[in-house]
Design a protein around this ligand. Structure first.
Ligand code: BV8
Ligand code: ZN
Length: 249
């Protein structure tokens, strides 16, 4: 992995000019400067809360009211957040390089708000709910009404946030599409993710195995930094616009 800052930008810009198929694999770090806490940083959510109690399937069915209180708190926070230049630079880039894709672990909907079109929400979307039993699905307007946990109006069973909890598989169709896109890209940007969580953390390996260049943009090194062709250390909000503006030249 090359990370001598001086010519790293130039090499990456040359790569961007020469390539067509881009993937942006994003995590909580890209939304941090929009006011949404990450999971594993010093002030990360998992420092304060136990993910297995609050973001796992077993935790949900053990105490759905507690899990809904956690998600309601996050829904209300996320509902008022806006995209930052990290999100908007990716959306603007997609207008030029039209076969770009966003594969996001984030459930905050900020890539869509920023104007990206080709988005795969690998872990779902916190502003959507679904019934645990029937086919009912809905978007959350402003906030989930009390009392918690919300009950389905159709079949009177529990409603749940439309997110992938720990211990449950990703949606099959979503996962297969994400694999196919990762296997066929020329460049994969890995932005603001610790790559701690599987199976999403396998996608950079798929891309690399099929000859893609891996470019990490992260505020600190990760467990996968050594695998990257380039590692740009810094905030996505600052680095992405500088890296991606080349497409508009
Ligand atoms: C599955 C949705 C198989 C909810 C999430 C024990 C029990 C149960 C499961 C497991 C287990 N052990 C292992 C597992 C598998 C588990 C897993 O990987 N666990 C890990 C923790 C070991 N995976 C699963 O359970 C997955 N399912 O395996 O199913 C299966 C198959 C068949 C049948 C049954 C089961 C499901 C995983 C999805 C879980 N849902 N979220 C919610 O969000 O509330 S995961 C959660 O982590 C978030 O969604 C988040 O997206 C994801 C990854 O986190 P990151 O985005 O990377 O965030 P993080 O804070 O870690 O890192 C941020 C990075 O940004 C840092 O590096 C930081 O330095 C950097 N940064 C900060 N600021 C900036 C920045 N970078 C740039 N700019 C900045 N400004
Ligand atoms: Zn129902």
């Amino acid at each position: 992995m090359k990370n001598n800052k001086s010519n790293i930008f130039q090499n990456i810009k040359d790569k961007i000019i020469d390539s067509d198929k881009f993937v942006f694999l994003t995590g909580a770090g890209i939304s941090k400067e929009s006011g949404i806490p990450t999971f594993r940083g010093p002030e990360g959510l998992w420092r304060k809360y136990d993910p297995m109690r609050l973001a796992s399937v077993s935790g949900f069915y053990k105490d759905p009211k507690l899990v809904w209180e956690f998600y309601k708190y996050r829904q209300e926070l996320i509902y008022n957040c806006s995209p930052n230049p990290g999100h908007t630079s990716i959306a603007d880039f997609e207008k030029i390089k039209e076969s770009s894709y966003v594969l996001t672990q984030n459930i905050d909907g900020l890539h869509e708000k920023a104007g990206s079109k080709n988005i795969i929400e690998l872990h779902g979307n916190i502003l959507k709910v679904e019934c645990t039993e029937c086919i009912f699905k809905d978007k959350i307007k402003q906030r989930i009404e009390e009392p918690l946990p919300p009950i389905c109006n159709i079949c009177k069973n529990l409603l749940r946030p439309s997110v992938i909890l720990f211990g449950e598989p990703l949606n099959q169709e979503v996962w297969e599409k994400a694999e196919q896109i990762s296997n066929n890209c020329d460049v994969m940007f890995i932005v603001g993710t610790s790559l701690n969580v599987g199976p999403v953390n396998q996608l950079p390996l798929y891309a690399k195995r099929n000859g893609a260049i891996l470019i990490e943009v992260n505020s600190e090194p990760t467990i996968f930094t050594e695998l990257m062709d380039y590692s740009v250390q810094g905030s996505a909000t600052e680095m992405l616009p500088q890296l991606l503006d080349i497409a508009h030249k």
